[in-house]
Structure formats: structure tokens, C-alpha cells
Ligand binder design. Structure first.
Ligand SMILES: Cc1ncc(COP(=O)(O)O)c(C=O)c1O
Length: 448
């Protein structure tokens, strides 16, 4: 069988309504299914596969470590892969002496980051500080605390009674600015909402603010105005609130620098990484913290109260190290910048299409937002399932993209993320544009 769908087989698929092609292997920017059909991986999965598929050096490092010592408990031992990877990650953090804790998924690392912020305040004699403020829209993961921070109505609805109390401010989503201001002279009104929200909750109660430094799939790669993070940093400092940068999607070169923070000169207190850290060759995420956050804990003779069986996994860390070596050896981050500019320019060529509302992003993290009415920026009604149809048609044509819904007003809104591996070639960039254009034409017959 070349395609599977629920309830065939024993897999509990994430999506119970569609079928999934059976993929046999990947090379570079392509995936090949069992029938030999070729798919151009235009989104690197969920913006994960930075170095491309089938890299032997990384697979070799992974298997070498599995042979040497596949598993060591992070509470009993340390080992070379974790020591070296932590030092390597620390070398590109925007603060000195960073300390790095490795987990397996982005969601877990987000949870660990808010626990670390909270523990810092507890051990600093401020136990009343626990609230975390996040952005709307945003996405920080699917475990319950991470989901509480994420402003995604359709993911949260069924689980509301289980979620933590949340507080949100509008995301820097300039295409849908709540005040209808232009980014050039908006005075980053959305950033100033943070101060108002802190005042409303009471600054004594707020532990941290968390945000995606450049929007992930919720705002379709929205790039905030230059003054945004500078303003947020100042507000956090004034109010004794820790700043957590979620770089799960944007980190490890995806936006053309090791971290999206570097585009803005932003120095957060905690940075969360995932996805590209191993380019998907092994599940690995990380929480990188300023040393100063751990000092009060250590001085009291205490420990960071977060342990998981697979923390600091030797195979994960060896894979991460090999991935970072590969990025360096092949100069892939500057390649990402160059390829990103070309791909964005090509996709911007589609802006005269009646339903392409906006093309935005940085590096190889690009969002294309679809609208029913371009002038008014009106989204398609959700029941039309525009982006689901778009993704299915693109896949038929052999192009993989990442969809997102509901960001325009919490319910409606359709966009795709285009985030191919950094090894994408010139002809493959042209092919992405061609296939998107072809898919748009096909969609016109349904939605025009
Ligand atoms: C910005 C951001 N944070 C956190 C997560 C959660 O990561 P994971 O799916 O690995 O748990 C994601 C996943 O897409 C993400 O994009």
C-alpha cells in the first residue's frame, strides 16, 4: 500500500480525515514515496529540516554514539556530546556564560523554561511572581502548559478546563495591525500593550513574557518592526519580568542568523530551541539560560527542579553537534540568507494574484497569506477550508508546504509556510514558485 488512512493499520494518526503517503527515503530537498513519486519538501516538515534529507555525516555521528553509549541518565552522568553541544550553543547565545539544558521536544523545553523562570523568582524570595504573558496569535506547543501560552483557539477549545490562566497581548502581526497603523510609524503600539497588561495583573505577580522572535506559523513569519524587541526588553526590565525568546522555529539559522534575536540585538533571559537543532535527525530541544538565573538556586543549595528520562540524551546531543558542524562546514546559514531572498522575491511575484494577500518572512522562513478580498484583507470563511484544499493540491503536484488556519481573527484565516532546507537549489526555488502558481490557478476553479 502506498497510502494509509484511519482506521487502516494501528497508527493513531494526528489527522483522522485524510490519507498519508508512505515515504521511503529523502535526499537533499526531496522526499520519495514507496511508488517512486518525488515530493519537493518546501517546508522542511514543520520548518525542521535545515540541512536537507539523507546527510550521511549526521547519520554516522548518530549511529557512532548509539554504539558507544546510547543512553546515559542526565542525573547520574555527563558525557562529551552534551558538554560539547552546550559549549557550542553557548557560543552563539547573545549573553555570556549561558547554561543549556537539553530535552526532546519544543513543548517540553517551553514548559521547562517557564518552570525555570518561576523557580528563579521563588529562590530569589519573590514567590508571588508566577504569571506568564504571551502573544496573540502565537504557538508554543501542545502539552498543557505550552498550549495554555499558545493563542490557538481551535487547539485549545476542547481542553479549556485543563489549561492555565493566560494573559496575552497582540502579536506584532503588521499585516493585520489591530490599530491599522503602518510599521514605519506605528510607535510599536502592540509592544506597549505589555506594560498595560503587567500593570493590570500587578507587576509583583508577573514572572515572564514569552514570544516568538519572528512569528512562526501563527502569524506566518511576520517580522516585527525594528523597535519592537528593544521596547519589549525595556518594559521587562522596568517591571522585573523575565524575557523568554521562543526560537524553536526561528533558531539554528532558519532566518539567516544563528538566532532571530541577532537580527534585533535582543538579549533575552532564556532562549528555547528545538526543530533545527538536529535538523530532525533526532528529537532534541534546549533551554538556554543566563547563568544569573541559576545562581540564586545554587546558592540556596537547591537544584533546577526539572528532570526527564531523556534529558541530555547522548545520541541527541551527538546528532546536534554533527548538525551544527555540517551547517558550519557547508556555510549553510549564509546560503539560507541568499536562498531566502531569492525565494521571497519569486513568491512576491504572485502578489498580483487576487487571493494572495501577503508574502513575508526572513531567511528561509516565509509565509504566504491567502485572503478572499485583498483590499479589505478579509479571510475566506473557515468552512471553505481554503488552505486544506491548497495543501492537498500542492501535495498532488509534488510540493510539500505547511498550512495554518485561524490566525486572522482566531477562527478564520489561511496561510502556508514555505521553509525548505537550506540546501535548496536555484532550479528548486523556481519549481516551488511554479508549483505554488499552478496550485493557485487550480484553486481559482474552486474558489474564484
Ligand atoms: C515557535 C514554536 N514553539 C514551540 C513549538 C513546539 O515544539 P514541538 O512541536 O517540538 O513540541 C513549536 C512547534 O511547531 C513552535 O513552532
Amino acid at each position: 500500500m502506498s497510502e494509509y488512512r484511519y482506521p487502516e493499520g494501528a497508527v493513531l494518526y494526528r489527522n483522522l480525515q485524510r490519507s498519508f503517503p508512505l515515504i521511503r527515503f529523502g535526499r537533499g530537498s526531496y522526499l520519495y514515496d514507496i511508488k517512486g513519486k518525488k515530493y519537493l519538501d518546501g517546508s522542511g516538515g514543520a520548518a525542521v529540516v535545515n540541512i536537507g534529507h539523507g546527510v550521511r555525516e549526521v547519520a554516522a555521528a548518530l549511529s557512532r554514539q548509539a554504539r558507544d553509549a546510547a543512553y546515559l541518565s542526565g542525573v547520574q552522568f555527563t558525557h562529551e556530546p552534551v558538554e560539547k553541544l552546550a559549549a557550542r550553543v553557548s557560543s552563539f547565545l547573545p549573553f555570556p556564560d549561558g547554561k543549556v539544558f537539553f530535552l526532546t521536544s519544543g513543548s517540553e523545553a517551553i514548559e521547562a523554561s517557564i518552570k525555570l523562570a518561576r523557580q528563579y523568582w521563588v529562590e530569589s524570595g519573590r514567590p508571588e511572581k508566577y504569571r506568564v504573558i504571551s502573544l496573540r496569535p502565537s504557538y508554543h506547543g501542545n502539552t498543557l502548559a505550552a498550549l495554555s501560552l499558545s493563542a490557538r483557539k481551535h487547539y485549545q477549545e476542547a481542553f479549556r478546563p485543563l489549561l492555565l490562566k493566560s494573559a496575552r497581548i497582540p502579536a506584532p502581526y503588521c499585516y493585520r495591525c489591530l490599530w491599522d497603523l503602518a510599521p514605519s510609524d506605528c510607535g510599536v503600539k502592540c509592544a506597549h500593550e505589555l506594560e498595560k497588561t503587567i500593570e493590570r495583573i500587578g507587576r509583583g505577580k508577573v514572572s515572564a513574557f514569552i514570544g516568538e522572535v519572528i512569528g512562526g506559523s501563527s502569524t506566518g513569519a511576520s517580522v516585527p518592526p525594528d523597535a519592537y524587541w528593544r521596547t519589549i526588553r525595556r518594559i521587562c526590565d522596568r517591571n522585573e519580568v523575565l524575557l523568554i525568546a521562543d526560537e524553536v522555529m526561528t533558531g539554528i539559522g532558519r532566518t539567516g542568523k544563528w538566532l532571530a534575536c541577532h537580527h534585533f540585538g535582543l538579549v533575552p533571559d532564556i532562549i528555547v530551541l528545538g526543530k533545527g537543532l538536529t535538523s530532525g535527525y533526532f528529537p532534541l530541544s534546549a533551554v538556554a539560560a543566563k547563568k544569573g538565573l541559576l545562581d540564586p538556586i545554587q546558592k540556596k543549595g537547591k537544584n533546577f527542579l526539572h528532570a526527564q528520562t531523556f534529558a541530555h540524551h547522548p545520541v541527541g546531543c551527538a546528532t546536534g553537534l554533527a548538525t551544527l558542524d555540517y551547517l558550519d562546514d557547508h556555510d549553510l546559514i549564509s546560503r539560507c540568507t541568499q536562498a531566502g531572498k531569492r525565494l521571497k522575491r519569486k513568491l512576491e511575484g504572485l502578489l498580483d494574484h487576487p487571493h494572495v494577500g501577503d508574502v513575508r518572512g526572513k531567511g528561509l522562513l516565509i509565509g504566504v497569506e491567502f485572503v478572499r478580498d485583498k483590499k479589505k484583507r478579509t479571510p475566506f470563511p473557515r468552512e471553505k477550508k481554503y488552505v486544506e484544499a491548497f495543501i492537498a493540491k500542492a501535495l498532488d503536484s509534488g510540493l510539500v508546504l505547511w498550512p495554518n488556519i485561524g490566525h486572522a481573527d482566531g477562527t478564520n484565516g489561511d496561510l502556508v509556510m514555505v521553509a525548505p532546507p537550506f540546501v535548496i537549489q536555484e532550479d528548486e526555488i523556481s519549481l516551488i514558485r511554479e508549483k505554488v502558481e499552478y496550485t493557485l490557478a487550480d484553486m481559482e476553479r474552486m474558489f474564484g
